[in-house]
Unconditional design. Structure first.
Length: 744
């Protein structure tokens, strides 16, 4: 049987091109790994190239293993000697042979993340740096950025100027680099940087490696950064041929150095290179590809290609638009439940989203519907550190329990937040607090109240901490719980700590928690702080997955790269959320094109069915009314099956259908008794979208809200009214068409 059997014409063209530099533009699901491995096998089996003269570089260990296994299946023993590895593994091999050129031993040590943290601990001790102010992860990222941008520790110190925080990090960077050199060790960044430096500066070594390899292959070429590309260029000699494989439409890692222009300009760097475009897709239905093609066509910086497939399929792309955040996750959960009941395995379903904070509402809905799930490559929402911190602050505000006067459960909350943000409460101070608590048979919070005045910094800070908790505790009955949490996090300095550290994702998670609390207040106006905390504990106690491996996978789109699923849901497709507003504001049209590429990657993960969803209404995160993402609008109507509300046809004076596209009563009849039970618990009613608003709401109007009571309209903009309610609920932004709002 010929190696070329089963290949389409363009795949064959790529395999048979052996005497030119070659750029393979491989669309999503076009069989690129098969093409690369067949080409390697063809070079050895037909062209009689020695295996050790072939190098193949990819960017994950998983991809390298798969490539090795496929080549072995094609050639068996004849495949021995081919170098197939990640770029880092290749650099290790290179350095074991030639690092002596810069005075390092060939048996140098490669340090891992734990080793890096150990070095930082030494530096922190020497310079008396508090890890709460300068987390190890943050400083290691800083060091990595400096190194990969060729900024030495001396240059970093000069650049720091009078910025104290930058000087602290530059000092640690200097200590770190000195320590590495003393140990004759390299970190992962050094593997690339030192290899690059030797190849660049030593022509004898460079020529030796160029003579070694006649055929070089680089997979996922759209993800290479400038340093990696230069290493590849240095390895490519006059008598060797470079084959690169990638898709500029799937360049989604520019935030970690990837540059789409590298693959776009390959034919300029190698003028005689040939380009082969693989555009036959073997993964998705034509309906899904039609939508993906229409979307990505809006990018300008790309190589034109239209994906097609022989798999026509019957389902259009489903787009669901919910009236508000409350109903979008319920629709996703109900749809997944319905799919599962029709025979679809949970593990064949994935829900993708732009940012991690978006998992919160999905997780709650999945638990309510008894859908097993796993956060792929991430942490469940309520298990994230900042959420645990916020809830610990909130627990300290709860009213005293007369049945449990000692309230030892507060110890856990105190241990978590007493020094977050830093208050100088170290090991010795904690031991003193524990002694006070033990001597008085009470909890650590009461011990904080008893802590003696003194000259040490911790004493004054503990007193201030207690005062913040006591002041906020007095407001438990007077403030809505989301406003209460915001107040305690602001007055305790927690928000300021996150802002100082530029912890954007953690701030987003806190905002999502505040949004969750606001939704809870609206759904249960009589609910207390204790009720909310008890409700949260029910969610955090439930298991994430079952033992069988049957679970829906929830993940960011970045984490989904390289994966595929029968059914894919792309969640919260709202302008500002996806495309991400901050990214676009920072990067302009270039960033918008990357956001579109990210959507393209998300869409092309789906094999059989693709579901897109969004919600309207006011957004805590964006501080404005939400609208359907432009990425949905860029898909022609003929490729979409619309369900839910239709914003263009919506009129606030007319009763609306349920966001499921059918009446809620019909919806309840159409699902199983188990699902029905959970849906009724979530309180979907047939008048969900009816409105009590009479006439147009304008500035100065007095209104009544079903939960917040009487209020005065401060302003109205784009369908969102800013309304001042009583002190307990404060200023709220509400859709003027919301059924709970009416003019007085």
């Amino acid at each position: 049987m010929s190696l070329l059997d089963g290949l389409n014409e363009r795949q064959k063209e790529a395999v048979l091109c052996t005497n030119n530099h070659l750029r393979i533009i491989a669309g999503a699901g076009s069989g690129k790994t098969r093409v690369v491995t067949t080409r390697i096998a063809y070079l050895i089996d037909t062209c009689q190239v020695y295996p050790h003269r072939i190098l193949a570089i990819t960017f994950t260990n998983k991809a390298a293993r798969e490539m090795k296994e496929r080549v072995y299946r094609l050639l068996e023993k004849d495949s021995q000697g081919i170098q197939i590895s990640t770029i880092h593994s290749f650099c290790v091999r290179f350095l074991r042979e030639d690092i002596y050129q810069i005075g390092y031993p060939r048996n140098f040590t490669i340090i891992d993340t734990d080793d890096q943290k150990s070095i930082l601990k030494e530096a922190y001790k020497k310079y008396q740096i508090d890890v709460k102010s300068y987390s190890y992860g943050n400083v290691l990222s800083y060091i990595s950025r400096q190194k990969t941008n060729h900024v030495t520790a001396e240059m970093a110190m000069a650049n720091a100027g009078n910025w104290e925080g930058e000087k602290v990090k530059a000092n640690v960077y200097q200590f770190y680099e000195t320590r590495l050199k003393d140990m004759m060790s390299l970190d992962f960044d050094d593997l690339l940087l030192v290899t690059h430096g030797i190849l660049k500066n030593n022509s004898e070594i460079r020529n030796k490696w160029q003579r070694r390899f006649r055929y070089l292959h680089v997979d996922e070429f759209q993800d290479v950064d400038h340093i990696q590309y230069e290493i590849i260029q240095y390895l490519t000699g006059e008598d060797s041929f470079l084959c690169v494989v990638g898709d500029p439409d799937q360049t989604i890692y520019t935030w970690r150095g990837a540059q789409v222009d590298i693959i776009m300009n390959f034919d300029k760097d190698f003028p005689n290179a040939k380009t082969v475009i693989l555009n036959q897709n073997y993964r998705s239905t034509q309906a899904i590809l039609n939508g993906a093609n229409a979307l990505i066509r809006n990018n300008k910086n790309r190589i034109d290609k239209e994906l097609f497939t022989s798999n026509e399929g019957i389902d259009k792309i489903t787009h669901f638009s919910a009236m508000d955040d409350y109903n979008e996750p319920i629709w996703v959960a109900s749809k997944i439940k319905s799919l599962h009941q029709s025979g679809v395995n949970y593990h064949d379903i994935a829900v993708l989203y732009r940012s991690n904070y978006l998992s919160r509402s999905l997780e709650k809905a999945f638990l309510d519907f008894s859908i097993p799930y796993r956060i792929y490559g991430g942490i469940r929402f309520y298990d994230r550190a900042e959420i645990k911190d916020a809830l610990s602050y909130l627990r300290l505000l709860a009213k005293p329990n007369e049945d449990d006067p000692k309230e030892k459960w507060k110890d856990l909350a105190i241990r978590r937040v007493i020094n977050t943000p830093k208050r100088g409460v170290g090991k010795k101070t904690m031991e003193q607090l524990e002694r006070i608590a033990a001597e008085n048979d009470t909890n650590l919070y009461e011990a904080c109240k008893m802590f003696p005045d003194g000259k040490i910094k911790a004493a004054a800070n503990i007193k201030t901490f207690v005062q913040v908790i006591e002041d906020c505790r007095k407001l438990v009955d007077d403030l809505s719980m989301d406003l209460l949490l915001r107040k305690v996090l602001e007055q305790s300095g927690y928000f300021h700590m996150l802002e100082e550290d530029k912890e954007i994702e953690r701030i987003e998670n806190i905002k999502e928690l505040l949004h969750d609390m606001d939704l809870y207040v609206q759904s249960d106006p009589e609910g207390t702080l204790d009720d909310y905390l008890q409700m949260i504990s029910l969610y955090t106690d439930k298991e994430e997955t079952d033992e069988s491996g049957q679970f829906v996978q929830l993940m960011t789109i970045h984490a989904a790269k390289g994966l595929e699923f029968d059914q894919v849901f792309v969640y919260s497709l709202c302008d500002g959320i996806f495309p991400n507003e901050k990214s676009v504001n920072d990067g302009g049209e270039v960033a918008m094109e990357e956001e579109r590429r990210l959507a393209y990657v998300a869409f092309t993960r789906a094999k059989k069915q693709l579901f897109l969803s969004d919600a309207q209404g006011y957004s805590y995160m964006l501080d404005r009314v939400k609208t359907t993402s432009r990425f949905v609008k860029e898909i022609p109507d003929e490729y979409l099956e619309e369900t839910g509300i239709k914003p263009k046809k919506y009129h606030p004076s007319k009763p609306q259908k349920s966001s499921f596209g059918i009446s809620a009563n019909d919806f309840l009849k159409n699902i199983s008794s188990q699902t029905k039970e959970h849906t009724q618990d979530i309180q979907i009613t047939s008048d969900t979208y009816e409105t009590n608003t009479v006439g147009k709401i304008k500035k100065g109007d007095q209104v009544i809200h079903r939960v917040y009571g009487e209020g005065v309209v401060v302003s109205v903009r784009e369908g969102i009214a800013t309304i001042a309610f009583s002190h307990k609920y404060g200023i709220r932004k509400i859709n003027v068409a919301h059924p709970s709002l009416s003019r007085k």
